[in-house]
Write a protein that binds this ligand. Structure first.
Ligand SMILES: O=C(O)CCC(=O)C(=O)O
Length: 467
């Protein structure tokens, strides 16, 4: 009844209309603020509101018709900004106070990507020393792709040419790019897709596969449990692969065991992916054997029953990408790495003491020599120094397969590679010894092999002294 009376008068109708519009506008602004609060472009948002509100208010509070284009434009921009905030669903990210920053720096931190990706102040543990900081856009390295098509289909001339190119690259910097490698495109896409699924799970779910101190398999967020400085801005999931006949489902079983039976398909994808990587690396071992003059079969047989490691690298955006690194500069302690990076870019390799970025190409794998193969080749082939940078806007992913020998294989160069002119550079060792060194005693960097060699020599002197 009251409503009819108010509506009955000209003034009353106008007031209700104005109040409704103002009410809607205030509710809308509240929601907008709620969802956009503390986002990086908040300054723009505040500035916009500052100027839009005085312009909108008179228009909202009058019945002037027709409404101006300005009114509609401002309203549409406002709505669009709100929709963007709501649909992207960024949680509210308050920036820490100075006190909180101090506390964060004192307590062991948890790398929760969903939180850290928005923080303008990154914890000091992620800030790398100036001399190791990276330039985000190093010049691209211009190197040709090595086409494996002819070699894989059995063409001997193509094999000779591919081995020549591989040998040249390994002597120079220890890394090359291969195309026509025979790996199914769908398998590569699936491997990336399932990575997205895994890493977008809540932290507590990912932690079902938590990597334990001293272990090299499992989910690790930035290795926070192991190190307290120069932390990499990334999350990883690593697992063991075995090419031995008695372990055909090792990857799948591990992932299902840690994550639950609903991860069956996830496990299948990475089981297949590892198998494909193992086969490809055995092919590359043939080329490496040819190029080193020890025959096509030598290294293939050495790695036939490899006990390798697969690692999924997930690099969330970082608001201070120039202060940190996704992966610090290092040489892989393993034998050979086959890496597939997504289209974002971030991998950098060091060639002749200069850093270069490696442009992503979906159809190419990045292959690099690691410390174990450097030792096997008696130092003829270089373990490649590389790192990965992060960026402000986009998550980056890479899939790294690290070929490693079966645990009882002795890493010792073939006699063809040792002579008076090229004496032995490294002592004999097994892969588990080097793995233990990097897990318990030394953080892999560009000098791992040198440090490991010294450590082995000190150990053997010490044990000789005791006996
Ligand atoms: O993500 C990359 O491009 C490099 C990864 C890497 O170097 C590693 O996992 O050891």
């Amino acid at each position: 009844m009251g409503l009819v009376l108010v509506n009955g008068s000209k003034w009353g109708g106008e007031r209700v209309c104005v109040c409704r519009r103002l009410g809607a506008y205030i509710r809308f602004q509240y929601l907008f603020h709620h969802f956009s609060n503390k986002r990086p472009w908040l300054f723009f948002h505040r500035f916009y509101q500052l100027i839009s509100l005085p312009l909108l208010l008179p228009l909202l509070t009058t019945q002037t018709k027709p409404r101006t284009t300005l009114y509609y434009s401002l309203l549409i921009i406002n709505i669009a900004m709100a929709i963007d905030c709501i649909t992207t669903m960024h949680p509210i990210m308050p920036q820490p106070s100075n006190q909180e920053i101090k506390e964060q720096d004192q307590h062991p931190l948890v790398f929760d990507a969903s939180v850290l990706r928005h923080q303008l102040h990154i914890p000091s543990q992620f800030i790398w020393p100036d001399e190791e900081k990276a330039c985000l856009d190093e010049p691209e390295l211009q190197i040709p792709f090595i086409d494996l098509g002819g070699f894989l289909s059995g063409d001997p001339l193509a094999a000779t040419e591919a081995s020549r190119l591989v040998g040249e690259a390994c002597q120079k910097h220890g890394f090359f790019l291969v195309v026509n490698h025979g790996i199914d495109r769908q398998l590569i896409s699936d491997a990336h897709l399932y990575m997205d699924n895994f890493f977008s799970l809540p932290l507590s779910h990912k932690q079902r596969a938590q990597r334990m101190p001293g272990e090299h398999c499992g989910y690790a967020s930035s290795f926070t449990a192991r190190f307290s400085s120069k932390l990499p801005w990334k999350e990883t999931l690593s697992f063991q692969y075995s090419a031995c006949n008695n372990s055909p489902t090792l990857v799948k079983d591990y992932l299902c065991d840690k994550m639950g039976t609903e991860f069956q398909q996830f496990g299948n994808v990475y089981q297949d992916y590892c198998e494909a990587m193992s086969n490809l690396s055995l092919g590359i071992m043939e080329l490496l054997g040819m190029s080193l003059g020890v025959g096509r079969a030598y290294f293939r047989e050495f790695f036939e029953e490899n006990n390798s490691i697969m690692r999924l690298n997930y690099y969330p955006p970082c608001q201070k990408p120039d202060l940190t690194l996704g992966t610090g500069p290092h040489c892989d302690p393993t034998s050979l790495t086959i890496l597939h990076q997504d289209q974002v870019g971030g991998l950098q390799v060091c060639v002749d003491n200069e850093w270069h970025s490696i442009k992503p190409a979906f159809n190419a794998f990045v292959v690099n020599v690691g410390d174990t193969f450097m030792a096997l080749s008696n130092g003829r082939y270089k373990s490649c120094l590389h790192r990965a940078v992060v960026n402000r806007e986009t998550t980056r992913k890479s899939l790294a397969f690290f070929l490693c020998p079966r645990s009882d294989k002795v890493v010792s160069p073939p006699c063809e590679l040792v002579d008076k002119m090229s004496p032995r550079l490294y002592p004999d060792f097994t892969w588990p010894m080097l793995l233990e060194f990097t897990q318990k005693h030394y953080r892999a960097d560009m000098k791992t092999l040198e440090a490991f060699t010294n450590w082995l020599q000190r150990k053997s002197t010490h044990s000789n002294f005791i006996t």
